[in-house]
Design a protein around this ligand. Structure first.
Ligand code: SF4
Length: 247
């Protein structure tokens, strides 16, 4: 008989243990190798070093993220499953909107995130029954109601660190000597694609350096939260044009 769903308030490592026991290789950790994802991965690797780790290689990552991936491979002796966007979709998007379309408008930026992140991850997660991500409620307004265990398009989505503070994340990182992304030392509190991330000044919000040129849009790429209203409709239209045969 499979294990029952975990109770609210279950500690992160117990949540991971539950998912790994219940779903085996149909459970993955998805991470961009920021501190939160690394804490999850470190916890999971202590339970079973065969845990699968998946990351999105968008084609626009900073060099330091590849350095980080090599550090993780070496330290833990794991294979990192790097997921790339479909070349034809990227070609079509870039032909229609240019390589740096994200600076043009919010819908174009979200289109790029759809092609380089959301659609590749969805393809990768076919056959996966549960996955864990490093979301925390205090990271931003859009994340403040994140649940530790949720159902997401037919899968179980775990955010084991949902109620952790950044201090708890740093304390775990220090205690277990978990590798840290090199860009933290260069003033980046949140790390994504190279053209869309900058360091922040003291006092700025944690995700202020993501898509910093956008004033009113949420600081999200669509992996965890779907855009709403007019932006969603515009992104859908742009996506349809990019995906049209012979586009
Ligand atoms: S973060 Fe920027 S470069 Fe990366 S997928 Fe989104 S818009 Fe494209």
């Amino acid at each position: 008989m499979s294990a029952p769903f975990p109770e609210p308030g279950t500690p992160p490592s117990d949540l991971l243990r539950w998912a790994m026991a219940r779903f085996g290789s149909r459970f993955v950790i998805t991470t961009s190798f920021q501190r939160e994802g690394m804490v999850l991965f470190d916890m999971a690797a202590r339970i079973d070093p065969r845990v699968r780790v998946v990351t999105l290689d968008t084609g626009r990552l900073p060099e330091e993220t590849y350095t980080m991936i090599e550090m993780v491979r070496e330290r833990y002796g794991v294979e990192v499953e790097m997921v790339a966007p479909e070349a034809g979709e990227v070609e079509s998007m870039v032909r229609q909107h240019g390589p740096n379309l994200f600076y043009g408008s919010v819908p174009e930026r979200k289109l790029c995130c759809q092609i380089r992140k959301v659609r590749p991850l969805e393809r990768k997660l076919q056959g996966v029954e549960a996955y864990a991500v490093g979301l925390r409620r205090e990271q931003s307004e859009s994340r403040e109601s994140v649940a530790a265990v949720a159902q997401d398009r037919g899968r179980v989505k775990l955010s084991p660190l949902a109620d952790w503070s950044s201090e708890q994340v740093r304390a775990y990182t220090a205690e277990y000597n978990v590798p840290e992304h090199p860009l933290y030392d260069k003033g980046f509190p949140s790390i994504g694609c190279q053209p869309c991330t900058r360091p922040t000044a003291p006092g700025e919000a944690e995700r202020a350096g993501r898509w910093w040129w956008e004033e009113s849009a949420d600081k999200e790429c669509g992996l965890h939260f779907t855009p709403s209203g007019k932006v969603l409709r515009t992104v859908d239209v742009l996506l349809e044009q990019v995906l049209k045969p012979n586009a």
